[in-house]
Design a protein around this ligand. Structure first.
Ligand SMILES: NC(=O)c1ccc[n+]([C@@H]2O[C@H](COP(=O)([O-])OP(=O)(O)OC[C@H]3O[C@@H](n4cnc5c(N)ncnc54)[C@H](OP(=O)(O)O)[C@@H]3O)[C@@H](O)[C@H]2O)c1
Length: 311
C-alpha cells in the first residue's frame, strides 16, 4: 500500500487510459511524490475503467479521469476550462502522450483538420498553450515523439515529409489517395516530427521569457503491446513487420518499461534544469537534423496558433 498524503501538485497525461500513457501514470502513482494524476482521454468510459484499474493496481487514490478529445478544439478548450475552474492542486506537469495512426482513410477532426496532424500535434499545441499560464515556474512538459521522425533510423516506416503546417492540416491535393496506407504512415511520421519541432520551439520561447518551465521529448522506441496499430489490417501489420529490420524488432520494448522511462522526465530531480532535449528511453541523445530547423519550428508554431485561433 502506497502511503500517500494530500497531493500538492497535478500532472495531466493525455491518452493515459492505455499503452505508454497508462504505465506512465502507474509509475507516477508509485513514485511516492504525491501527485494528483489526471488521465485525460477521448472516451470517458475507457478513461474511468483505466482510473479504477490504476487505483486498484497501485493502491494510490489520487487519480482522476477527465474527458479530452484532441480531435475537437471545443473539447480541448472545455477541458482546459474545467481544469482551471476545478479545485485541484497546482499544475506542475503535462505529458503530451496521446497519439494515433490512420492508415485506412483520410479522416478529419471536428474542425476540419487532417486527423493525424490534428490529434498528434494541433490538439496538444492548443492544450499546452491554454494551460501554460497555469503552470508554476518549475513545471515540466513532455512530448512523446518516436524514432520514426528520423529518416536516419531504420524503422521500416516512410520518412516524414514536412512542407508547412497548413499543407498538413488541409492535405487536399497534397496527398496520394491511391496508396492511403503509405500516405497515413507519412502523416504519422510527420506528426512525430511536429512533436519534436513544437517541443524545441516551446523550450526556446520559454527560455527567452526567463521561464524555468522545461520541455523535453521522449522516444519510447518500438513497443509491440499497445493499441497504436489498431487501424492496421493483419496484412498491413505483416507488410510493416517485413519492412522493419530484425534488429529493431529484437530491441522492441514493452510499454510498462517505457512508461516508467517517460515518467522519469517528470519525476527525476536531476532533470530539473534540462530543457529542449530528446530522450531515447532513459538516454539523452540527438533527434533528426530536420528537427533542429528553427525556421520550420517557428513556421509550425505561428501557423498552428493561427489554425487553433489563439492569436
Ligand atoms: N507503440 C509504439 O511502438 C510507439 C512507438 C513510438 C512512439 N509511440 C507514441 O506513444 C504514444 C502512445 O501510444 P501507444 O503506443 O501507447 O498507443 P495507444 O495504446 O493506442 O495509446 C494512445 C492513446 O491516445 C488516445 N487517443 C487517441 N486519439 C485521441 C484523441 N482524439 N483525444 C484524446 N486521446 C486520444 C487513445 O485513446 P483510446 O484508448 O480512446 O483510443 C489512447 O489512450 C503515441 O504518441 C505514439 O505516437 C508509440
Amino acid at each position: 500500500m502506497q502511503v500517500s498524503t494530500k497531493p500538492v501538485k497535478s500532472v495531466i497525461i493525455t491518452g493515459g487510459n492505455s499503452g505508454l500513457g497508462y504505465y506512465c501514470a502507474e509509475a507516477i502513482a508509485q513514485s511516492g511524490q504525491d501527485w494528483h494524476i489526471i488521465i485525460a482521454s477521448r472516451n470517458l468510459p475507457r478513461v474511468e475503467a483505466a482510473v479504477r484499474k490504476l487505483m486498484a493496481e497501485t493502491e494510490y487514490p489520487h487519480i482522476e479521469g477527465m474527458a479530452l478529445d484532441l480531435a475537437s478544439l471545443a473539447s480541448v478548450r472545455q477541458f482546459a476550462q474545467d481544469f482551471i475552474t476545478g479545485e485541484r492542486p497546482p499544475l506542475q506537469a503535462i505529458v503530451c502522450n496521446a497519439g494515433l495512426q490512420v492508415v485506412s482513410d483520410t479522416l478529419y477532426t471536428e474542425d476540419g483538420f487532417e486527423m493525424t496532424f490534428g490529434v498528434n500535434h494541433l490538439g496538444h499545441f492548443l492544450l499546452v498553450n491554454l494551460l501554460l499560464p497555469q503552470l508554476s515556474d518549475r513545471s515540466r512538459i513532455a512530448f512523446v515523439s518516436s524514432d520514426v521522425h528520423d529518416p536516419d533510423k531504420n524503422t521500416g516506416m516512410p520518412h516524414p515529409h514536412y512542407q508547412n503546417a497548413k499543407a498538413l492540416a488541409f492535405p487536399m491535393g497534397h496527398d496520394n489517395q491511391m496508396n492511403i496506407g503509405n500516405t497515413g504512415r507519412v502523416r504519422y511520421t510527420t506528426s512525430k516530427l511536429c512533436n519534436v519541432l513544437c517541443a524545441y520551439e516551446l523550450s526556446r520561447r520559454l527560455k527567452q521569457q526567463q521561464s524555468k518551465i522545461t520541455v523535453n521529448v521522449f522516444n519510447p522506441g518500438l513497443m509491440g503491446d499497445t493499441q497504436l496499430a489498431r487501424d492496421y489490417s493483419q496484412a498491413e501489420i505483416s507488410t510493416l513487420m517485413a519492412d522493419i529490420s530484425p534488429s529493431v524488432i529484437e530491441q522492441a520494448k514493452d510499454s510498462k518499461t517505457m512508461g516508467g522511462a517517460l515518467a522519469r522526465l517528470i519525476l527525476d530531480r536531476s532533470l530539473n534544469h534540462v530543457t529542449g532535449k530528446y530522450f531515447d528511453g532513459l538516454e539523452e541523445t540527438r533527434s533528426s537534423d530536420e528537427s533542429y530547423d528553427e525556421q520550420k519550428a517557428a513556421e509550425l508554431w505561428e501557423s498552428s496558433a493561427e489554425l487553433v485561433k489563439i492569436h
